[in-house]
Design a protein around this ligand. Structure first.
Ligand SMILES: Nc1nc2c(c(=O)[nH]1)N[C@H]1C(S)=C(S)[C@@H](COP(=O)(O)O)O[C@H]1N2
Ligand SMILES: [Mo]
Length: 426
């Protein structure tokens, strides 16, 4: 290297700069200042040159008054299902590959609607609490907001998340495979506070929650959950719920399948038995190999997925990358995430971003040097109960191939020798 003549050295450096500055690959590491200055000689945005956006004053205050992401970020959006969305069934996916940290911005929280999004006037919305209570109550929104407030960062996952992946790798990107997953800071009142106001009768064991949408979605909620960490929320990430998330009021049942977290909440009926609604009999049950069906499978078991590199990404060159992903468990805190780059033969413990919160998305990261050639990237989450996220084969051995919901298996992304990343089964 030291003997390189000047011309060779320049060519080498120029090629390196062209690749680094031109392609702006994720692997591009910062240039030494001397090289950066040389590269900007005569053109470019580095000193002593002044970029065009520094030459004029910017907008004093942006309009419209509700802020939006930079126009250069307009590719970061929810994607609708590739099946035709209808008014009776529609869903859209969160772009997990574009997320940083663990909070899902409100405009990117996934959607799942069984009767479309109603347009509810909060001044006319009411919540009725009745059934096996001492004093039935009808609350308006102002009354709900007078109760002591709580905020919790919790994940929300549809039990249908990843359902396309049972038999063969289907989704192209992590948005396709895992995008029915979001995490918000939810704000509202504890359901137990409302129940105390009404006075729950001794024999009461269940609560029916009903939505005000055209689906009038109903699910039976165990009293134990209602008195534990269930919330009736009116805000997400610091602002009012979005219409698609249940404006003006929804149920949040941390760690439970998304379907139970009734949006546009209008009625809670207390009883001594579950109601056996459509959503917990013909739907949202898991058919087992022996022909029986699992019912009331509320808790979302531990799961994780690598979001970078993931399906659709291309690694521009060999070298340093940080493997990044998300882990979560409906049973509490994630305690460990292991990462494999050889399809599950060897595992290395990843670093978790703390403080780790229960039933919330948890970010994990692991430095990695891609040597070129094929690599099979996997992550497995372990939660505070000691539960270990299973391989797909281990899950199928127990559950068979007749169920639709609750696929929490380890996901594999293959980095092929050309740097392309795709969804594979191993
Ligand atoms: N009233 C009502 N609540 C509902 C639904 C619905 O269609 N109507 N969909 C459920 C399903 S299946 C899921 S996964 C979550 C989705 O919540 P999100 O749209 O805020 O992501 O809401 C649940 N609550
Ligand atoms: Mo769902």
């Amino acid at each position: 290297m030291a003997d390189n003549n000047r011309t060779d050295g320049q060519i080498e450096r120029r090629q390196f700069l062209k690749r680094t500055l031109g392609a702006v690959g994720v692997a591009s590491l910062p240039l030494p200042i001397s090289q950066a200055l040389a590269a900007s000689n005569g053109s470019g945005n580095l000193a002593p040159n002044v970029p065009k956006w520094t030459l004029t004053q910017g907008e004093p205050i942006l309009s419209p008054p509700y802020g939006h992401p930079s126009r250069f970020e307009d590719g970061v959006v929810r994607t609708p299902t590739d099946l035709t969305p209808t008014k009776t069934s529609s869903w859209s996916f969160t772009p997990l590959q574009d997320m940083n940290g663990t909070i899902t911005p409100n405009g990117l929280v996934f959607e799942r609607h069984h009767g479309g999004v109603p347009d509810i006037d909060p001044d006319q919305h009411q919540l009725m609490l009745h059934g096996m209570v001492e004093k039935p109550i009808i609350f308006d929104m102002a009354e709900i907001k007078r109760f002591p407030q709580v905020s919790m960062k919790r994940f929300l996952e549809c039990s249908g998340n990843t359902l396309t992946e049972w038999k063969q790798p289907t989704g192209k990107t992590v948005q396709d495979t895992h995008g029915l997953l979001s995490c918000c800071e939810w704000t509202g009142v504890r359901l137990s506070t409302l129940l105390r106001a009404a006075g729950v009768r001794d024999k009461a064991k269940w609560i029916l929650a009903e939505g005000a949408d055209a689906a009038a979605m109903t699910r039976s909620i165990p009293m134990e959950k209602a008195l534990d960490d269930a919330l009736v929320v009116y805000a997400q990430n610091g602002e009012a719920l979005r219409p698609e998330q249940g404006y003006p009021l929804r149920l949040i049942l941390p760690g439970f399948e998304g379907n139970t977290q009734i949006k546009w909440l209008r009625r809670l009926e207390v009883s001594d038995a579950p109601y056996m609604t459509r959503e917990e009999t013909s739907k949202y049950t898991d058919l087992m190999p022996d022909g029986s069906a699992r019912q009331f499978t509320y808790v979302m078991e531990a799961k994780s997925v690598i979001t970078f590199p993931s399906g659709g990404h291309t690694l521009p060159e060999k070298g340093f990358y940080e493997i990044r992903g998300l882990a979560w468990s409906g049973r509490g805190k994630v305690t460990r995430v292991d990462v494999s780059v050889d399809g599950g033969r060897n595992w290395t413990q990843a670093k978790l971003e703390g403080p780790v919160e229960p039933k919330a998305l948890t970010a994990f990261r692991l430095p990695w040097r891609w040597k070129g050639g094929s690599a099979l990237l996997q992550s497995r989450a372990i939660d505070e109960t000691g539960y270990v996220q299973p391989t797909l084969q281990a899950l199928i051995d127990v559950r068979g191939l007749n169920s639709v919901y609750h696929l929490n298996a380890i996901q594999t992304w293959e980095v092929s020798s050309d740097g392309g990343v795709s969804n594979v089964h191993v």
